[in-house]
Design a protein. Structure first.
Length: 100
């Protein structure tokens, strides 16, 4: 009789243990699924950032070309102070030539 009672207790414990393991498995599966979703979101954000960095790199290259063009253009131009000095020199030369 005691053996029968022991088997019943053992089967009862086995059922409780299986139930407990099922709950733990469901909890674990839920947490793994959450990690998978977060990993996917991180991957999407990294892809987006990669595209932005690539675009920024292209913009920087365009800006460098523009700056080089502007720099070369400025070398060919006279600044305001130099222009004022030249205006005064021309005015003096004109005044001298009109006096002769």
């Amino acid at each position: 009789m005691e053996e029968k009672r022991f088997k019943e207790l053992l089967e009862e414990q086995e059922g409780k243990f299986e139930s407990f393991i099922g709950v733990i498995k469901e909890d674990f599966d839920g947490k793994v699924q959450l990690l998978v979703e977060q990993y996917s979101a991180i991957g999407e954000r990294l892809d987006s950032l990669d595209r932005k960095v690539s675009n920024i790199g292209k913009d920087i290259e365009i800006t460098k070309v523009d700056i080089a063009f502007i720099k070369n253009s400025l070398k060919k131009k006279v600044d305001v102070e130099e222009f004022e000095i030249l205006e005064k020199r021309v005015a003096i030369l004109e005044a001298r030539s009109s006096q002769k």
